[in-house]
Design a protein around this ligand. Structure first.
Ligand code: EPS
Length: 391
């Protein structure tokens, strides 16, 4: 069992991550986590907040001498901006200071309105602080640990941006082995240099127009053995678990695996991936598919083929030219609150979604090859691979 939870408010003390179930003996360096935290902060289209923060992990429990202990990991990413919000965010004293003003003009598309009603708050800040995508720092920290565990088994995970606003990239043929290097070079995390330049221009234009942009990210994973997840129950299906993890990322509105929605227009004979028996085994598998429209899962289990997932993020809800709203005190028509924000956070989504996939895959690995230590997991993994290779 792998349990991931987070805590923390956007302008509170910090963002915290509880990760229980990582086996003992996983070697970690601060850079294994800090590299991804820093990457998440980058990307063209971010606002002023990222100039304030310099996210770094503080390991509060679960490690000693550079290895995991098998006990719960508690990871903290402290908010530098807290020093500016201390009086407004004090846990004991009533909110005071220049940032204490009540937030009563909910933004369309944000959690402000429904959250304030549901939790009976008269200040939408009590909702937005936790709804904020700042929470994704925790996900990236947890994902970095999970990515390291997957790496022990030769599994890689990478993501790249394939669309921002109306600009689509031509990247279907980019091999996964090049994805990390090529996407990290681009300010919008896109492997197509021509599209990258157009995406940047689209973000610049949106900023000038006081608007925001969404987009599409593709996440891939390779080196997976067949048989992660299970067909036997709805909540054991790997694809269902991936979809849930992706939809839980702030502002994500859709997920597809493999051809997904594009598959609707194809007949079965063109959609399904034919099976061959190959000379060479990959992760123990000699049965291969000659295409991969399924995107790496069949029957809720990994097939051994590359995993391909796409997700769509809606445009950011905070607009510098705000949409119509209602004053929650007077009930009079007004416009939504205008807060400092990003114009586009799709490049950051690539890093976050990669982490989300790593968490789900690590969970499935631990479930399938479970052991108290990495060494024990490896013995279990090797036994399974040998059995599959003999089939
Ligand atoms: C966010 C609003 C902005 C973003 C923030 C998410 O923060 P602020 O309100 O402080 O300007 O920068 O993202 C992060 C802080 C982050 O670390 O990704 C929102 O409302 O969701």
């Amino acid at each position: 069992m792998l349990v991931y939870y987070s805590a923390g408010e956007s302008h509170g003390r910090g963002i915290f991550c509880f990760l229980d179930g990582i086996p003992a003996g996983l070697q970690l360096q601060p850079e294994d986590i800090n590299f991804w935290l820093a990457e998440r902060q980058k990307g063209y289209g971010r606002g002023g907040r990222m100039k304030i923060e310099k996210d770094e992990v503080d390991v509060l429990s679960g490690m000693r001498g550079g290895i995991t202990l098998g006990s719960p990991l508690l990871l903290a990413v402290w908010n530098r901006d807290f020093s500016n919000w201390q009086e407004a965010m004090d846990p004991w004293e009533p909110s005071r200071g220049e940032r204490a003003e009540k937030f009563i003009q909910p933004r369309p598309g944000h959690a402000d309105l429904v959250g304030a009603l549901k939790y009976n708050h008269d200040d939408c800040r009590n909702i937005l602080e936790r709804a904020s995508a700042r929470e994704t720092a925790a996900r990236v920290a947890a994902g970095a640990v999970c990515r390291k565990l997957l790496g022990e088994f030769g599994v890689g995970v990478a993501a790249h941006v394939v669309q921002i606003g109306p600009v689509k990239a031509d990247v279907d043929d980019v091999p996964s082995s090049e994805l990390v290097e090529r996407s990290l070079k681009s300010e919008v995390r896109c492997c197509d240099p021509g599209a990258s330049a157009e995406m940047k221009a689209a973000i610049k234009q949106a900023k000038q127009d006081k608007d925001s942009l969404g987009g599409v990210v593709e996440i891939r994973s390779w080196g997976l053995p067949p048989g992660l997840g299970s067909h036997t129950q709805w909540d054991r299906k790997l694809d269902a678990r991936i979809a849930r993890a992706m939809m839980s990322i702030q502002a994500v509105k859709g997920v597809q695996i493999g051809l997904g929605f594009e598959g609707a227009g194809l007949p079965g004979s063109a959609f399904h991936d034919e099976i061959v028996y190959a000379d060479e085994a990959v992760a123990g598998m000699r049965y291969r598919h000659i295409s991969n429209n399924a995107g790496g899962t069949e029957g809720g289990m990994s097939t051994g083929e590359e995993m391909r997932v796409r997700i769509v993020k809606k445009p950011i809800a905070t607009l510098m030219q705000p949409l119509r709203s209602v004053n929650m005190e007077t009930k009079e028509p007004t416009v939504a609150v205008r807060e400092r924000s990003d114009t586009c956070a799709v490049p950051a989504l690539a890093i976050i979604a990669e982490a989300a996939l790593a968490i789900v895959l690590a969970e499935a690995f631990i479930e399938r090859f479970g052991g108290d230590s990495v060494q024990e997991m490896k013995r279990n993994y090797d036994g399974y691979i040998q059995a599959i290779a003999a089939r």
